[in-house]
Design a protein around this ligand. Structure first.
Ligand SMILES: Cc1ncc(COP(=O)(O)O)c(C=O)c1O
Length: 395
């Protein structure tokens, strides 16, 4: 099946018990196990089978598992080409839980421009708990090789990066990690499996903020993890159940519904991202535009070799700070907000939003200036967005 079909016909298109279209929303915290104990009692009385041979219930308590959540976990595992999927209450819950498989004394190499919240988590909580971190410029894969130490356990990547849309060569980095026996973890939030499937390139764990394109409507917080093997899946399940950062069934249901329209949304949003980035780069107030869909984006060739699209997020720098602030204050069709991937256009200000937790000197070194704005186009007509952006940039 092709992608448009796969997003709808993924084994969960209807409920076998009722014939209803879609996955039932099972809103419960626990499951009645009376039938199981009745079967145990009957088997014991008849002395035919021992209690241990009576099939244990599939679901016992909602932190450990829920049928609605399981449907989403199976859907994301199949879309990413992985063995197991796990759902969490937010993207950061998925990332922190995946990192929970490591121990004090382990060393992680991370791309220096991963999502600001992931950087903060690694650099504060996990550091305090004894996980060592080295941040490298992963667009130079040799930096990963140079950072490997005897206690290194994993490489954590994100491509395109946020907010400057830098590209990491996944195949080369995964190759370096594999040679050294390390796991590769990829945050695939920006691309989604529709455009990029890191497990097919050899990655071990793929992470998502499903709050973004997978949910797609700015109405739910959710996170996902997919493992390439069942063995790794067991390790993440132990953290999912043990830490308990799980999503509620209603949130899971919204993500399942969002995934059905992923292709049409992303195709339209990608077109708008290209249109706006091409037009804005000609604007006199704009210093630079960052988007892997632009022909002169450095490493576009590498991005195109590992992804089937440029995605639907771009960023730009105005010439002076006042122009950026003016844009955020005057733009009407874009919400000046944190987040991306919704049906409504969002303009983010990384220096005060997603990357505010990165120390100023470090931010400056990374090029995250106070003239930088990140755009996630929604499904509005592109010409309306352009007109609105132009009025917001007018002096
Ligand atoms: C690339 C990326 N990863 C992870 C996250 C964290 O996700 P959440 O906000 O759902 O916790 C974000 C949020 O902006 C993100 O952009």
């Amino acid at each position: 099946m092709r992608w448009g079909t796969l997003l709808i016909h993924n084994g969960h298109e209807n409920d076998p018990s009722s014939g209803a279209l879609g996955v039932p929303l099972i809103q419960t915290s626990t499951f009645d196990q009376g039938a199981y104990y009745a079967a145990v009692l009957a088997a014991t009385a008849l002395e035919t089978t021992g209690p241990e041979e009576t099939k244990v219930p599939q679901f016992d308590y909602a932190r450990s598992g829920n049928p609605t959540r399981q449907a989403l976990e199976e859907i994301i595992a199949s879309l990413e080409g992985g063995a197991q999927g796990y759902a969490f209450g937010s993207g950061i819950a998925a990332i922190s839980s995946a990192l929970g498989i490591f121990s004090a004394g382990d060393h992680i190499i991370a791309a220096e421009d991963i999502y600001g919240g992931s950087y903060r988590m690694l650099n504060t909580f996990y550091k305090r708990w004894g996980l060592e971190l080295t941040a490298v410029d992963a667009s130079e894969p040799e930096e990963i090789r140079r950072a490997i130490k005897p206690n290194t356990k994993a490489v954590f990547l994100e491509t395109p990066s946020n907010p400057l849309l830098k590209i990491t060569d996944l195949k080369t980095c995964i190759g370096i990690a594999k040679e050294a026996g390390l796991l590769t973890i990829v945050d695939n939030t920006f691309m989604t499996p529709y455009f990029q499937r890191p497990i097919e390139l050899g990655a071990d764990i793929v992470l998502h903020s499903a709050t973004k394109f997978l949910g797609g409507h700015s109405d739910v917080l959710s996170g996902l993890a997919v493992t390439a093997t069942r063995e790794l899946g067991k390790r993440i399940y132990a953290v999912q159940n043990g830490f308990g950062a799980v999503p509620g069934p209603w949130d899971v249901w919204l993500v399942i519904r969002g995934i059905k329209t992923l292709k049409v949304r992303l195709e339209a949003q990608q077109k708008t991202a290209l249109f706006l980035s091409q037009r804005l780069r000609e604007h006199p107030s704009i210093e630079a535009v960052y988007y892997p869909g632009l022909e002169d984006h450095p490493l576009k060739v590498i991005h195109d070799s590992q992804s089937s699209g440029a995605g639907a997020v771009f960023s730009f720098k105005t010439k002076i700070t006042e122009q950026a602030l003016r844009f955020l204050g005057k733009v009407k069709l874009a919400a000046a907000a944190v987040s991306l991937g919704g049906v409504e256009t969002i303009a983010s200000y990384p220096v005060r939003m997603s990357h505010a937790s990165i120390p100023p000197a470090e931010r400056k070194r990374l090029g995250i200036t106070d003239t930088l704005i990140r755009i996630s186009p929604g499904l509005e007509d592109p010409e309306d967005l352009l007109e609105d952006f132009e009025q917001a940039l007018r002096q």
